[in-house]
Design a protein around this ligand. Structure first.
Ligand code: KG4
Ligand code: ZN
Length: 342
């Protein structure tokens, strides 16, 4: 089955064509990141304006690039992100998908963006549906710009929420601290790059950031205190140049965030004894986080390709294949709520 996926929940406009949930025929991602770099974050209205301009060209390119697909009628179904996300952005993908579904008379499957992130683990994995089921229950860590959640995936339809952030998301913490340090947007890759420069100076480092909620007997996270700690450090040491401190703070911040993510995830693994551990979301692209999981995980570990960790439409099409529940286009609505509806 060939599914066209559409994703516009945040600042990306993406379309992809995926066969049987695992084989990518094409994937196109257009981002308005350059625009947001100027402000160190996303301006929803600006993001939506860019998405209106590029949604049709992006869909058109995904069809042109897909081998064996000569025109849009060759697809079997369509899938679109309907929640959670920025309302103006979500609506652009949804209205485009509804219009196409009406015009070409193909079924349309609404998809939850967060759950879709998990499916990055199945792409090109050579795993068919039967083998994937053997990996359940799977413990999933979803760490993105808007979410940090631990879920137990019992099947493609059944998810149990285990814990999550009480305030900022892990990616949000990277982004906000990068801004404090005068680094670019998105902050995660910038902090990762700056941290790599710190190997020599770290030995003499005096900065030590907290690991919030580390010792608490729950599966929750908190990242807003880290941002405050970084701000205080910069204030206190204002006589020293920020540029000199960038690598040092970036290194310690990356250590603190990844320690919190890894420790709570392993605690959940101990408690729920899952068959596998799946990492998902933009922060999942972080090399240090991946190293720590590789070193410490005793069950089967899945780390998606880095380009599928951040927002894309491949995972939307994949999720729709494994949870094939078409809804008449008239009944499809955007749900911007941050609450995790599974
Ligand atoms: O999943 P995603 O693309 O969008 C959301 O659904 O939010 O995640 C974006 C987040 C941003 O906060 C970005 O800074 C972070 O993922 N990110 C990273 C890395 N690449 C992206 N964080 C740490 N290390 C990275 N290499
Ligand atoms: Zn995302």
């Amino acid at each position: 089955m060939i599914i066209l996926g559409i994703e516009t929940s945040c600042d990306e406009t993406a379309a992809a064509i995926v066969e049987n949930g695992t084989r990518v025929l094409s994937s196109v991602v257009a981002s308005s990141q350059d625009l947001h770099k100027k402000y160190g974050g996303i301006i929803p209205e600006e993001a939506a304006r860019e998405q209106v301009k590029c949604i049709i060209p992006v869909i058109e390119e995904s069809i042109k690039n897909a081998k064996g697909i000569t025109n849009i009628k060759k697809i079997d179904a369509m899938a679109v992100t309907v929640e959670p996300g920025l309302i103006g952005s979500l609506l652009i993908g949804i209205e485009a998908a509804k219009t196409l579904s009406f015009a070409i008379e193909k079924p349309l499957i609404p998809v939850n963006h967060l759950i879709a992130h998990i499916y990055a683990n199945f792409i090109n994995s050579q795993l068919d549906n039967l083998k994937i089921r053997k990996l359940f229950p799977a413990l999933c860590l979803i760490a993105s710009g808007g979410h940090t959640e631990l879920l137990l995936m019992k099947s493609h339809q059944e998810f149990k929420w285990l814990g999550g952030t009480r305030d900022d998301a892990a990616g949000e913490c990277f982004d906000k601290c990068a801004r404090l340090l005068g680094l670019g947007y998105p902050g995660g890759p910038e902090i990762e790059r700056a941290a790599k420069l710190s190997t020599i100076s770290y030995q003499q480092s005096t900065i030590s950031l907290p690991r919030p909620m580390r010792d608490q007997n729950n599966l929750d996270f908190s990242f807003s205190g880290l941002k405050t700690a970084v701000a205080r450090f910069i204030e206190k040491n204002h006589q020293l140049s920020i540029i000199n401190h960038q690598p040092l703070i970036a290194f310690e911040l990356q250590e603190a965030i990844t320690d919190c993510l890894v420790e709570k995830t392993l605690k959940a693994a101990e408690k729920f004894k899952p068959k596998s551990l799946m990492i998902a979301g933009g922060v999942g692209a972080n090399t240090r986080l991946r190293e720590k999981f590789k070193k410490n995980t005793k069950i089967e570990l899945f780390l998606p390709p880095k380009n599928l960790c951040t927002d894309n439409a491949v995972v939307v099409a994949s999720r729709a294949f494994f949870n094939f529940k078409p809804v008449p286009w008239r009944k499809i609505r955007a749900n911007p709520s941050l609450k995790l509806n599974t």
